[in-house]
Design a binder for this molecule. Structure first.
Ligand code: KIV
Length: 283
């Protein structure tokens, strides 16, 4: 059984140059597999909206209640892994009080170890309030999916010196506000490197290059379950969608050709009972 890592371990790993492996997860069995594999950290992302519920409006419709249900399942599947709950749209942008209450729900109802929220300087008041309530906050800057309307789509951020400087200012402001972890999404490796070296807190990347203190991928992307599109930063480690379709096709064919079920899949009558039954049902 793996020893559950905490924030002190992640700080130590940063100091010692040991990389953190981080994945998203939304359900009990996958959480078990990720823990068995030895993952350091799990994010119950609001990407659940697209990957599990099939929302075409991205993460925007996802509710706190949905996130809690999935976080509870993941917690049960991975009791010895650091689990982070992702604050969905409008669960923290309104007031710091509402943010504390919703972050607290993740802790009280799902037993998470941290929460993540999107935004830089514009959410520092909220970050401070959640930290002051005793919770671990992971900031998320660069491409923040809840604001893709403002970015004009899923676009890499900070690609000019001026906009990269804005991302750096956001990173510094989040650390100053008390965030203990930072996620950088879709920025050039130079920006990832600068922020990782500049901040004292661990900085992880999803599409932010090799220099970050660790990497996050969406499990459904790296497993090849999500087929609609593949962001540039995704490396596929399996093609589960193909395997599933093939298994479903084999099952359908077996049924149509009366090859399933076989003897080994069938219950047996107790000896002598078949003959008795024939007597009983006689008209
Ligand atoms: O919800 C999620 O999976 C995320 C990742 C895109 C970083 O926030």
């Amino acid at each position: 059984m793996q020893k559950k890592k905490g924030i002190i371990d992640f700080q130590k790993m940063k100091k010692e140059g040991e990389k953190v492996a981080w994945l998203t997860c939304y359900d009990y069995p996958m959480a078990q597999f990720q823990e068995q594999a030895g993952i350091d950290m799990i994010l119950v992302g609001d990407s659940v909206g697209m990957l599990i519920y099939g929302y075409t409006a991205g993460t925007i419709p996802v509710t706190m209640d949905q996130c809690i249900v999935h976080a509870e399942a993941v917690r049960r599947g991975a009791p010895n892994t650091f689990v982070m709950g992702d604050m969905p749209f409008l669960s923290y942008q309104t007031t710091p009080e509402e943010a504390v209450r919703n972050a607290g729900r993740f802790y009280k109802e799902a037993g998470v170890d941290a929460i993540k929220l999107e935004g830089g300087r514009r959410v520092t008041k909220v970050v401070k309030a959640v930290v002051d309530a005793g919770m671990v906050v992971c900031g998320h800057i660069g491409l923040t999916p809840q604001s893709t309307g403002q970015f004009g789509g899923y676009k890499a951020q900070g690609r000019t010196a001026k906009t990269a400087n804005e991302v750096i200012k956001d990173a510094r402001a989040l650390q100053e506000a008390g965030a203990q972890l930072l996620l950088l999404e879709a920025v050039a490796p130079e920006v990832g490197k600068f922020i990782t070296e500049d901040l004292e807190i661990p900085v992880y990347g999803i599409g932010a290059g090799i220099y970050c203190d660790g990497q996050l991928l969406i499990a459904h992307d790296m497993l090849g379950i999500w087929q609609a599109f593949k962001p540039k930063f995704v490396k596929r480690y399996a093609n589960i969608a193909e395997n599933m379709v093939k298994a479903f096709q084999d099952y359908i064919r077996d049924i149509r050709e009366s090859k399933f079920p076989e003897d080994i899949h069938c219950y047996k009558m107790i000896q002598g009972e078949t003959e008795k039954l024939a007597e009983l049902v006689k008209k």
